[in-house]
Design a protein around this ligand. Sequence first.
Ligand SMILES: [Zn+2]
Length: 474
Amino acid sequence: MKRFWIISLSTCLTVAAASVAQADALLTDVTIVDVETGSLSPGQSVLIEGTGIAAIGTDLSAAEDIPRIDGTGGYLIPGLWDSHVHIFSSPTEPDTALSLYLINGITGVRDMGALWPIADQQALQAQIENREVLGPRLVLSGAWVDASPGSWPGMFLADTPDDARAAVEQIGSEGWAAVKSYSMLDEMTYLALAEAATGAGLPLVGHIPERVSLGTALEAGQDGMEHFGRVPMACSSAEEDMLNTLRGAMAGGADQATVFGIMAARNQIILETWDEMLCKSLLAQMADVGLHVSPTLVVADFYIGNWPSADVPRMQMIPAAVRDAWGQPDFRLEAVTEDVLDVAQDSIALDRRTFAMAHAAGVPILASSDASFANPYLFHGFSLLDELDIYVATGLTPREALYTATVAPPRFFGLRDQDGTVAVGQRADLVLLDANPLDGLETLRRPRAVITGGRVLDRATLDAMESDLIAAGR
Ligand SMILES: [Zn+2]
């Protein structure tokens, strides 16, 4: 992350006073929502200059020729982040994905694994920052490291501690934002990866490998954990037994289908052995070390067959070839047998209960969807809003849910010009809403305007982007 738009407070004040004539847009009469505290500041004007917020006040003036956006009756929040997506799984995926994020008010995404070379990802990232391409801010965290042959093409492979150290060196030199651990790493290699990442000053994020306990990952200093399933599993008194079953099978050379079958059978065991006291103690430990969790709870919809019909707008907005591919048999569903489906609703309910406990315990949450053309029925943009709705359904307030998508991500990523507040000196990534989102998140579904890196997309522009996506999806 190199291109920060940073100015000190004193510089800001000077800029605000002197810049009125150069400002790029003036939002008038909005209510600013502080997602951290829940406080509302009505009657504010916000002056946007370049990529940042230059001034905020109740009586800002600007030259006649500065475009005005009438915010009367509207609520202004920081732009949303989706902290777990894959936008580079096909050569043209960003053409669709970038627009889908923006029309849904998502002005930042963290990519967690890609089929594009890093140089091409960085080129797109730079084009967005330079305003050559319209899109959300990108954090490139997809340097995934797995045991050979690799769960996906193009992964870094590590079967020994030496391999892990070499991978981290390469990841560091290529400019990735983090190291991502993946499922099939063995424990020794994983521990070496964690140590090397720490040594290189890179966060370790990713899957807790399937043969490693969550407690071991906490001790190893894992910074971010992708997906939530390992938490209820570690709240089970049988976690070690379940790990041993898989370790034994893999040591015996089990094939992928067998491994997936063993993992799918865990849900029943977890339902029988989940332990509230054990869970509370684990969650306190997770909160204590600040392990940031990207839950991707919305992924469950794919596994239980909760798929939208082909005529809904979100389906029409993706390319026809992707829709067709999603309709084909998927290797991940082969392990979803009748037995697994029988306990699916109970299992999802337990995941959600554990999630609510994690949030209450102070475990930092990064709202995330796992959206990708490669992940059927997980939609760029829309699925992040679905994920936030799930958080509210588990008992989070709308403000708490919003926090996971606005405040927590940029702070975890260390973005110095963005901390989830609407304030002078902050990057102008903003969403203007028709209603107070603290009263309910429905208003996120149809923003009045989205501002990304200082560029204002008003409702008419957002409508045109939707029409373009539908036309391209035919
Ligand atoms: Zn993913």
